[in-house]
Design a protein around this ligand. Sequence first.
Ligand SMILES: Nc1ncnc2c1ncn2[C@@H]1O[C@H](COP(=O)(O)OP(=O)(O)OP(=O)(O)O)[C@@H](O)[C@H]1O
Length: 245
Amino acid sequence: MRISGLYLRYRRKDPWVLAEVDLELAPGSVIEVVGPNGSGKSTLLRVIAGLLRPTRGTVTGRPAIVGYAPERFPAAQPFTVAGYLRHLAAIRKVDESAIDEWTSRLRMDHLLGQRLPDLSKGSAHKVGLAQALLCGPDLLILDEPFAGLDTAARAEIALTVDAIATRGGIVVASDHQGDLRTLPNVTRYEVRDSRVRPMTTQASEPILNVSVRLPLSRASLLAAHLRAEGHEPLLSQDETVEAAE
Ligand SMILES: Nc1ncnc2c1ncn2[C@@H]1O[C@H](COP(=O)(O)OP(=O)(O)OP(=O)(O)O)[C@@H](O)[C@H]1O
């Protein structure tokens, strides 16, 4: 799949959200998209999914079966979870057994009878993931899939991403939590100043370790920001403080 000369803006005369974007998404690859808040990660994911048309440029070679899980699942719909997933399975011509498989793997069987508008944010998020996965996508796009998920579901998503890539599919995800970084062969791209660039370290550039001491609550926030920027912060507890307590 290839994106060539992509430019995108939401309204005429607005600044470009994305500009001069050229990307090759090879079969079997997992692509992690990072970047500051509001830089255009979700926009890029929606273009890749085919939900937004480029203002200029082309997207070619998109696999036929696409699964897209948005950052926020639109839960204001007049369905139960089971009704919604059955409706989607019918539209996508998927056997209803796929619903049982994914609701079980994401540990959400108990939600099937609930109405979408009554779901908690985390439960609605699982419905968004299930609907993306039940069609057996060759291109899976996940916008912050791990946010608010329990450990078991997080592990299931990471395994699924790996399995799709192993069978030659493409997975593109934004992931503040950094869960995908444990997988082999993840390529990282940064969206910044409307450009999308591969994240590489220049061989000639000296590498510095920066260490910062912060209270735990502030450290978690800083770590999340650093992960969003594509860094891998190492957190360790200050032993002298621990000993003093
Ligand atoms: N539907 C829309 N109409 C107009 N502007 C939009 C729309 N969606 C996003 N934008 C704008 O496009 C820019 C990029 O937004 P986008 O949601 O793609 O960024 P992001 O990197 O995913 O942000 P975050 O990390 O906060 O999720 C922002 O300035 C945003 O306000």
